[in-house]
Write a protein that binds this ligand. Structure first.
Ligand code: DC
Length: 228
């Protein structure tokens, strides 16, 4: 008997509002894979920093806080619950203050190194869809399939508004904040947001969710066929 083919590692990167979370969750469910949302880990650490009144600029303090926290992503198929020291903070981390703090703490190289090491541990064995900003470039440079999901900024802002993922913010302020977080993601020195050289870039501006999912499904099939 031959061994069953190793399950794939699928990386989905891209800016906020491009549709990564929905697509990653649906794709994981379809494949029976685990969906890991790396941004939720940055958000959980940001929440810890808020709770402890730590400066978002104090890299050493943030690293210590990360080392002393238990940040766990739920490994249920298609799910994206996050636990901070055993407490379910999945809802709280979507709020506006945490969103802003997560963007600020994620610029620090040592915080990122810590996150990357944890994320690699979670990917051992494959069978995961991990989404974020640096999954294809840094966390899993050898991922079996890398998708860079992008969309026009105006569309991304609109989607965020529709989803009301950032609660309690007026539309105009939200759009400005999204643009600023984008800028920070793309210009930070440590692992800035960019497509890996071997990523498939999908612009979802005029694609439906189903179309994006079908296209990725074809790419998954190709990768799996290549192993047979
Ligand atoms: O995907 P998200 O919006 O939940 O991510 C929250 C913040 O974390 C975002 O400002 C960018 C940062 N992040 C990152 O730097 N690297 C990742 N792999 C995931 C998220």
């Amino acid at each position: 008997m031959t061994d069953p083919p190793r399950k794939l590692i699928i990386a989905i990167d891209g800016p906020a509002g491009a549709g990564k979370s929905t697509i990653a969750s649906r794709l994981a469910r379809k494949l029976g894979y685990v969906n890991l949302e790396s941004g939720a880990m940055y958000r959980a650490l940001a929440l810890r920093a808020i709770e402890w009144d730590a400066s978002f600029d104090d890299e050493a303090a943030l690293l210590k806080m990360a080392q002393e926290s238990r940040i766990t992503l739920d490994r249920s198929i298609g799910g994206n619950r996050v636990l901070l020291n055993g407490k379910d903070v999945s809802q709280r981390i979507r709020e506006r203050d945490v969103t802003e703090a997560a963007s600020r703490i994620s610029v620090h190289p040592k915080v990122r190194e810590w996150m990357v090491a944890r994320q690699r541990e979670m990917g051992i064995g494959g069978g995961i869809v991990m989404e974020g900003r640096d999954i294809g470039t840094r966390v899993f440079p050898d991922a079996d399939l890398k998708i860079f999901l992008d969309a026009d900024p105006v569309i991304r802002e609109q989607r965020r508004l529709d989803q009301q993922q950032v609660k309690g913010a007026p539309a105009q302020a939200m759009a400005a904040e999204l643009r600023e977080r984008d800028r920070r993601d793309r210009t930070r020195a440590a692992s800035p947001l960019m497509a890996a050289d071997d990523a498939v870039v999908l612009d979802s501006t005029s694609m439906s969710e189903d179309e994006v999912l079908n296209r990725i499904g074809e790419l998954v099939e190709q990768r799996l066929a290549a192993r047979r």
